[in-house]
Design a protein around this ligand. Structure first.
Ligand SMILES: [Zn+2]
Length: 532
């Protein structure tokens, strides 16, 4: 095993009763030698740095440990408390390193799993998450409010006719802003408002005309009266950004008073004039007896608490799972389940039903997701994980490519030799035919080689994408840990980042696949397997 050693004197007072650094190192070296381990790195806090809390060597060690190609598998210390002055801290660091696959071994203390501190470690990662996220939740909310005040987007899909653009602000920060989308969409938005204002057309009529013209809606499907209504009432189209409408303390069920909303004018380019918008609001008021006030939830549909609906699929038939509550008259009355949508719609012949308990599924997903996301959100891990993913993916391409290279150069030499023979008159009658065949094969190999080269994707991730992805991940983590569950936002983020989720009935294992992509390019994909 390759190991790194870490040594320091924790404080002046302790220095008197503890082993000096040279003595510590000697003890560690002896220990490693006995075990047959190779010391590849030494991190020694010397002089001043041994007495402060900055500990540059320690930081270096952690940074190196987190790298996918780290040179060591374990860190050996003289005593566990060499790690950190505070006992709590050292447990956290140990758990962190553990997460990266690096063990921490003490020369003087037992490291087997039966020691109390190792048992403590078992549940430690969850605790770390909480520790990080207690701050994160409030920080994220603060940041969102600030964003909204400046007219920036807080994520989420922009309305039809707009696209999100990330702008760099320097110092590695980017902000999302809404910009007008493709000309056709912008024209459709204007057409809708005009039809409503001047052509005396209602929501239904406008929707069906758009459908007749085969114009795809935002999600690519057909238009409905409610999508048109949402557009007519949407203040975004006059450049206004409204945030803080919903009260998250009530799981988004309660709408705040308009005085509490954060309203920013000219947050993004308007697509229609204020006059046209106001005219539409007047008409709407008349037509709907004063109902349907701007930005009030018309549908007032209760938010589904099943935030993994549509994300989780049935392991047998692949149909999306839907939320389902057991009848209150049965024994399991009121229990909530994720159930195969195919079974519910088409019956037992289609798929033999299985329901997974909602609470348990969500708890398991939350725990696994939190750990994975937390790991990605730390320092430069995200970018490194993306690189690692691409290297792995490219590895077999590169191997194939080098095989082809060898074959191509072999064929080329062969072809040259035969050509030389023919030219010099030494050629045999069948040589011309052979040459044609070889040339054909050569062309095929070259084409194959070029196709492969295209498959090898260089990781070129725009910095602002990483920043916004990181922001989404942090939001996700804080939502997962929020005491007040916000199924609406969780559902949105789960749909964005979880590409596959199912529980296999036979093995009782849960498979959760995390996926990040820009447009159609997969940046990162990872499947987490957990016991149900
Ligand atoms: Zn099914």
């Amino acid at each position: 095993m390759k190991v790194a050693i870490y040594a320091r004197v924790s404080s002046e007072r302790q220095a008197e009763k503890e082993l000096s650094i040279p003595a510590q190192i000697k003890a560690i070296q002896q220990y490693c030698q006995n075990k047959g381990w190779v010391i590849v790195n030494e991190f020694i806090e010397k002089g001043k740095s041994a007495k402060t809390d900055d500990r540059p060597e320690f930081q270096k060690m952690i940074a190196l440990a987190k790298r996918p190609n780290r040179p060591f598998d374990a860190v050996v210390v003289h005593k566990f408390d060499r790690f950190s002055r505070k006992r709590d801290d050292h447990v956290i660091y140990k758990a962190l390193l553990n997460q990266f696959g690096v063990k921490v071994i003490s020369v003087t203390e037992q490291t087997e799993a039966e020691t109390p501190q190792d048992l403590l470690l078992e549940g430690m990662l969850e605790v770390i998450s909480e520790f990080f996220n207690a701050n994160l939740a409030t920080e994220v909310r603060k940041g969102m409010t600030q964003n909204a005040k400046q007219g920036y987007s807080n994520g989420g899909t922009p309305p039809y006719g707009y696209r999100t653009e990330h702008i760099a602000l320097g110092n590695q920060k980017t902000k999302a802003v809404w910009v007008p989308g493709p000309r056709e969409e912008v024209d459709i938005v204007r057409w809708i408002f005009n039809q409503y204002a001047y052509e005396n057309k209602g929501y239904h009529k406008i929707a069906s005309e758009l459908n007749e013209r085969k114009i795809p809606s935002q999600k690519g499907g057909t238009w409905s009266a409610s999508t048109i209504r949402a557009i007519i009432y949407n203040e975004s189209y006059i450049g206004r950004k409204v945030w803080n409408k919903q009260d998250y303390q009530t799981k988004g069920k309660k709408w705040r008073d308009r005085s509490e909303w954060i309203i920013t004018e000219n947050a993004h380019p308007a697509l229609i004039s204020k006059e046209l918008f106001d005219l539409c609001q007047e008409i709407a008021k008349k037509r709907h007896n004063g109902g349907g006030e701007t930005h009030k939830p018309f549908d007032a549909k209760p938010v589904s608490p099943f935030w993994l609906r549509g994300v989780m699929v049935c392991d047998k038939c692949g149909t999306r799972m839907v939320g389902n509550s057991a009848s209150t008259r049965t024994k399991s009355g009121g229990q909530k389940y994720y159930t195969c949508g195919g079974y519910l719609r088409k019956g037992k012949e289609y798929c033999s039903y299985v329901g997974w308990r909602k609470e348990r599924v969500e708890e398991l997903v939350t725990n696994k997701l939190r750990t994975a996301l937390l790991r990605l959100s730390m320092d430069n891990n995200l970018l490194e994980e993306i690189r690692l993913y691409h290297n792995d993916k490219n590895k077999h391409f590169i191997a194939q490519q080098s095989n082809l290279e060898a074959e191509i150069s072999f064929l080329k030499k062969k072809v040259q030799a035969i050509e030389a023979d023919i030219q010099s008159g030494r050629g045999k009658p069948y040589h011309q035919e052979m040459l044609d065949e070889m040339n054909q094969e050569l062309q095929m190999k070259i084409a194959e080689y070029e196709a492969l080269a295209q498959g090898i994707t260089a990781v070129n991730v725009p910095e602002e994408y990483i920043v916004s992805l990181k922001y989404d991940i942090q939001t996700f983590i804080s939502l997962l840990d929020d005491e007040v569950v916000n199924p609406q936002m969780l559902h949105q983020l789960a749909g964005k980042f979880i590409s596959k989720l199912f529980i296999q009935r036979e093995t009782k294992k849960m498979y959760l696949t995390l996926l990040f992509k820009i447009d159609d390019t997969i940046l990162y994909e990872k499947t987490i397997v957990a016991d149900w």
